[in-house]
Design a protein around this ligand. Sequence first.
Ligand code: PBG
Length: 306
Amino acid sequence: MAEHRLHPNDLIAPLFVREGIDEPQPIASMPGQFQHTLGSLRVEVAELHACGIGAVMLFGVPQQKDSIGSQAWNPEGIVQLALADLRNDLGDEMVLMADLCMDEYTDHGHCGVIDGHGNVDNDATLEVYARIAVAQACAGADIVAPSGMMDGQVAAIREALDGSGFNQTAILAYAAKYATALYGPFRDAVDVTIASGGDRRTYQQDVSGTREALAEIRLDLAEGADMVMVKPALSFLDVITAARPLCDVPLAAYHVSGEYSMVCAAAERGWLDLDAVAHEHVLAVRRAGADLVLTYFARRLAEAMQ
Ligand code: PBG
């Protein structure tokens, strides 16, 4: 009677790589997840490949943060180095995706450039995103994934990539990304604190609605997105289902850090069966209409499928 089944190819593993460490650092709020060194990342990705995972999404944690996030587009920046290593190791065997944003790289923790009034300057940020996209493509990214929710980001990135000869580099747009409390553990994973108790509500979406999410998806498709994403996944299954008929391209959903950590925490107390709940949750995201699921459970689920 099973209508849907999970396959390792449906899963994308988000991974963190940190500059300036000698040993992988466990992330306390995300049991089983690490800030990797370049070396431990290579091992992890080779093992993910061996258990059938076809794609990874990389996040970088630089040693130095500044107001404009300049390490994000430095050719020697941590994600660029990681992309080059993985491309070397695995050739075309693994699809390499790079999260394209500034928050991991800025000292104020916002996803964009800040103007004189402390607000995120949308259009100044687009210029920076264009630079990051070209740096990531140059280093070997197959797919860049803008997650900053600036207006016009997909068009700006497409133009920059095409202008630099990277017309084969695809864009996975975090199109419907909500301002939710579920990103808490992730901000520990990338050492981000938003300056002066700020939040991302001026650029991410209000959790109360669906209409704006669908409008954002239509805009990103019109700007040339090759795939679109809804994020988070589990508390936005209705948005995934509503988005499905709008998209003739693959639809991804991001099962985020908070959705992962709460299952781990309950399992640690013996209150839930971790593997069973992880499987049910990710299956629910597929059932709702997502083709691809980014999940920190990717490896565990894929291992169980072997
Ligand atoms: C922003 C970004 C965030 C996540 C992915 N990309 C955090 C945010 O918007 O604050 C969250 C992922 C997760 O919680 O697992 N670069």
